[in-house]
Design a protein around this ligand. Structure first.
Ligand SMILES: Cc1cc2nc3c(=O)[nH]c(=O)nc-3n(C[C@H](O)[C@H](O)[C@H](O)COP(=O)(O)O)c2cc1C
Length: 140
């Protein structure tokens, strides 16, 4: 099993979630491709069985530029791919991640933790364990 953890983060909150997801993924025995969205290699990402995509709420409940560009570049090649979404925000309403999940589904991706794992600001230990658990999941 190979898992990609591809994240965008400005102040480190989503990055902390990404690191915990990667930790869980390694615990599950998976090979992990861990990278920032603006440095992601699309072929490497698409060679993975599960794509964990992370991004904080930006703008007004928007996905940031790096993840928007990555997802647009992948486009319909998301078709049939298992995708788990995660990210940090300030208000916890999750509007940005629900919109993002809809977009991934429109590209044919399977959002396996719909609509996504949300954290308000920096993850505490409980939230980090949720992230590790998400990373361990095989999504059969
Ligand atoms: C320019 C900007 C826009 C933001 N817009 C939103 C928003 O629409 N909704 C929200 O809940 N949080 C918003 N936030 C708060 C961030 O999502 C929040 O601080 C998050 O923890 C940042 O994650 P990061 O450390 O991974 O960058 C915004 C922050 C910035 C700087």
């Amino acid at each position: 099993m190979k898992k990609a953890v591809i994240y965008d983060s400005n102040t480190g909150n989503t990055k902390a979630m990404a690191e915990a997801i990667a930790e869980g993924a390694r615990e599950s025995g998976a090979d992990v491709y861990f990278t920032q969205a603006d440095q992601a290699d699309i072929e490497e990402a698409l060679s993975c069985d599960v794509l964990y995509l992370g991004c904080p709420a930006m703008g007004v409940e928007m996905v940031g530029d790096a993840q928007t560009d990555f997802c647009r570049s992948v486009g319909m090649r998301f078709s049939g791919k298992k995708v788990a979404l995660f990210g940090s925000c300030a208000h916890g309403e999750g509007i940005w991640i629900r919109g993002w999940a809809s977009k991934i589904k429109a590209y044919g991706g399977k959002v396996v933790n719909s609509p996504g794992l949300i954290c308000v600001l920096h993850p505490d230990e409980t939230k980090l364990e949720e992230c590790r658990s998400l990373g361990r999941d095989g999504f059969p």
